[in-house]
Design a protein around this ligand. Structure first.
Ligand SMILES: [Zn+2]
Length: 333
């Protein structure tokens, strides 16, 4: 007994000495986990434009929100069983600093959709070095609250007090119509209510603008009608020094499913056939051009390019770099 106690005593002395000797070496001490992330923004250059992706949140797309043939959807469910991250999605908005104007394209959820894992857009925007007062223009791909919510606080105030907001007339007319809202199915009602509440303070201030053709809103930016997901769903294509970036809204929700199978639609598509047709028309075009795509629901930062792969496509996300002034080499086409 005495022997065991003295051995224990000796072990304690050795441990104390070891910690004394190792004291200055912090690596030997347990370090707290940080459990947070770097600020949610990522910048790159497109010609002379500075494009910043602004993180809003992440979630998981429910497989039952996807529509396809029974065989195709059975395949998706089987794949999801083997790969539980198959339907991981993100939400983001984007900022374009043209050097003259500060332009947002979609602004995240703003607490109007998705719960606690979303609503980071405003913080990401400030982390990127800007104040809401500095925004000149907001372009909305459509009026679902995961894209427009960040415009307006929950108590109905404008987040971007100096911004002129633009959206397609067909989009504005649809979601802001009391008659259409009254006839819509019950589970679609929240989409109408949130769109109306989000738009209201900008309409009141005379800062809500619609377009119906190819009006010029910003130099070097083209409107790209992409109907189907919603009646006035619109992409915005900016060009600078021969480089292009297309902000495409909700052309793809579930990246790893719809890129391989563009015919699969989402239940949020107001016109399923038109949504699939738009995707079928757009993807081959993008795959043959060197257009940077900015997609709010693609894995953050939601920036990449399309390439053909088999009967479908593959998504090549941008690779993180801190190289600023060296443009990425672009294949000659
Ligand atoms: Zn969306």
């Amino acid at each position: 007994m005495i022997k065991r106690t003295s051995m224990r005593f000796a072990a304690a002395i050795v441990a104390a000495l070891a910690s004394f000797v190792a004291g200055p070496n912090a690596a030997l001490r347990a370090q707290p986990q940080h459990q947070d992330q770097a600020p949610g923004f990522y910048r790159l250059k497109v010609g002379d434009l500075e494009v910043t992706s602004l993180f809003d949140g992440t979630g998981v797309f429910d497989p039952h929100w996807l529509n396809g043939t029974t065989a195709r959807m059975d395949g998706v469910l089987k794949a999801l069983h083997e790969d539980t991250h198959l339907l991981d999605v993100a939400d983001a908005g984007f900022l374009v600093n043209t050097g003259k104007q500060l332009i947002l394209v979609d602004v995240g959820t703003g607490g109007w959709w998705g719960g606690a894992a979303f609503g980071r857009f405003a913080g990401s925007f400030r982390s990127a070095g800007y104040t809401p007062e500095a925004v000149d223009i907001v372009l909305l791909t459509h009026l679902h609250s995961d894209h427009a919510g960040g415009l307006t606080t929950q108590d109905g105030k404008r987040v971007f007090p100096n911004a002129e907001v633009y959206v397609a007339k067909a989009e504005s007319d649809f979601w802001l119509s009391p008659d259409i809202a009254a006839k819509a199915p019950k589970d679609a009602q929240p989409f109408f209510q949130s769109a109306q509440a989000i738009a209201a303070p900008y309409m009141k201030a005379g800062k809500w603008h619609t377009f119906s053709g190819s009006e010029k809103i910003v130099d070097g930016m083209e409107l790209v009608p992409l109907p189907g997901h919603t009646p006035g769903h619109t992409g915005y294509e900016f060009s600078s020094r021969g480089q292009k970036v297309l902000f495409w809204g909700d052309i793809v929700h579930a990246l790893r499913v719809q890129v391989q199978h563009p015919e699969i639609t989402a239940m949020f598509d107001v016109d399923q056939a038109a949504a699939a047709a738009t995707r079928h028309r757009l993807l081959p075009k993008l795959a043959s051009e060197d257009v940077l795509i900015a997609g709010p629901h693609m894995n953050f930062p939601g920036l990449g390019r399309f390439h053909r792969e088999g009967s479908g496509y593959s998504w090549a996300p941008v690779v993180f770099t801190d190289q600023w002034n060296t443009p990425a080499p672009s294949p000659q086409k």
